[in-house]
Design a binder for this molecule. Sequence first.
Ligand SMILES: C[S@@+](CC[C@H](N)C(=O)[O-])C[C@H]1O[C@@H](n2cnc3c(N)ncnc32)[C@H](O)[C@@H]1O
Length: 194
Amino acid sequence: MNEETNRRQRWQARYEAAEGEPQPARVLRELGFLLPREGRALDLACGRGGNALLMAAQGLAVSAWDYAPAAVEDLERRAEAQNLALRPEVRDVVAEPPAPMQFDVIAVSYFLERELAPAIGAALRPGGLLFYETFIRDAVGEHGPSNPAFRLARNELLHLFADLQVVDYREHGRVGDLTQGLRDVAWLVAQKAA
Ligand SMILES: C[S@@+](CC[C@H](N)C(=O)[O-])C[C@H]1O[C@@H](n2cnc3c(N)ncnc32)[C@H](O)[C@@H]1O
């Protein structure tokens, strides 16, 4: 069994045992007011879909993709129960990245496949917004992947999405009073030129 199959099975097992409500990423909780009132959104590598649920509740038509079937089934049940415009799909986003010019919003949280960055940028429509939040190497706490390859280097989101216009970027790293601020993660909200 190769490493990727292994990883996928670990995610599946984790979601089979998951409990509680899925939560949106902090960037969407704090900056959700930047979302458009209508349009098509994608929650990429959605897990149980906290971002997707938030965006659908704000009136967007949301696609949500993840390769772990247990996560997608969980999200399907929630979307149906809440009568939301949400289409969860089991999809390997590396093998099948989004096509160009499809979405007004793309949200990515706690997932980092650098080779996907050009496809993510291209998948935004003119004026479309990217919300990206994930773990950094300059972390204070212990959560997140132990392999530094799965964490962002300093300012890396800015480099990965240099073609987009920055709306909000935050990376506090290990600067200042470590009990305050945005620690362990960085976020980028950026817009494709209209
Ligand atoms: C740390 S979780 C984050 C889930 C969700 N975005 C969140 O914030 O809760 C990473 C997710 O990436 C998914 N994933 C990893 N590689 C993937 C791939 N190639 N295609 C689709 N999903 C993938 C995993 O199944 C897992 O749900």
